[in-house]
Design a binder for this molecule. Structure first.
Ligand SMILES: [Zn+2]
Length: 106
């Protein structure tokens, strides 16, 4: 026996890292691919932070993000950008993709 295992505590930093991982799509698997290509929007990245444009799948995640990143600003649900609600039918790709800017020539 070499010492005893201590119960792991969740620090604020650790939670913030988890929120970051949850709200940042690093595009590893199929979900990331679908998200990047703009095919699948439903059920993923529903809300967008109006302050830093980070996206979250639901309100709870967004609130955790807000508390972690913008603790001095009161959380206001109505100020969030609802990507599902603002999604226009005529615009399949509402988000400008970084790296392809300036390629909108006719
Ligand atoms: Zn934010």
């Amino acid at each position: 026996m070499t010492g005893k295992a201590k119960p792991k505590k969740h620090t604020a930093k650790e939670i913030a890292a988890k929120v970051d991982a949850a709200t940042t799509n690093r595009g590893g698997g199929k979900a990331g691919l679908a998200d990047r290509s703009g095919i699948e929007k439903g059920g993923h990245a529903k809300l967008e932070c109006p302050l830093c444009k980070v996206t979250a799948p639901d309100l709870k995640t967004m609130q955790i993000h807000h508390d972690a990143r913008h603790p001095k600003i009161p959380f206001d649900e109505s100020k969030l950008n609802n990507l599902h609600a603002t999604k226009l039918v005529a615009e399949p790709s509402s988000k400008p993709k970084p790296g392809v800017r300036g390629s909108l020539k006719n």
